[in-house]
Design a binder for this molecule. Sequence first.
Ligand code: HEC
Length: 123
Amino acid sequence: MTPDRYFARQALTLFLMTASVSVSGKDIDDESGLIKAEGWEVVKSTCTECHAGMMITQNAGNLAVWESRIRWMQETQGLRALSVEEEAAILTYLSTNYPQKASSRRAGLPAHLLPTNPAEASD
Ligand code: HEC
């Protein structure tokens, strides 16, 4: 390997190492998988009794969405009533750390780019 290529490879390796460190920069609880940010202990003790933390970490939503999930679990799955303080701490944690994701679908095609519909016979 020429010295140039050697240094290029070293630089790339270093770059990739730094990049992966910054991606996993968040502190994660080994047991529940929850991000260790303000309020995580309340969430761990209240929300990982019936199902794994992954049920939470794989979901996303704004405050209203998380609130509706809690209501649904209270009404149909036996989640206990939460105090106002508990619920506020939980909802803030969830909507801050697992927020609504931006839509990953592309925008629809504009009308002039759509193919003609063969079912709509033009006679
Ligand atoms: C009393 C039991 C119980 C507790 C406590 C509980 N859940 Fe659940 N949760 C369930 C059940 C049952 C399901 C449905 C599981 C399934 O679909 O396999 C569920 C599903 C979910 C889902 C997925 C909902 C969906 O739309 O697919 C999320 C997110 C969730 N729970 C979050 C939480 C959070 C946050 C808490 C704490 C506030 C919590 N859970 C506490 C019973 C519970």
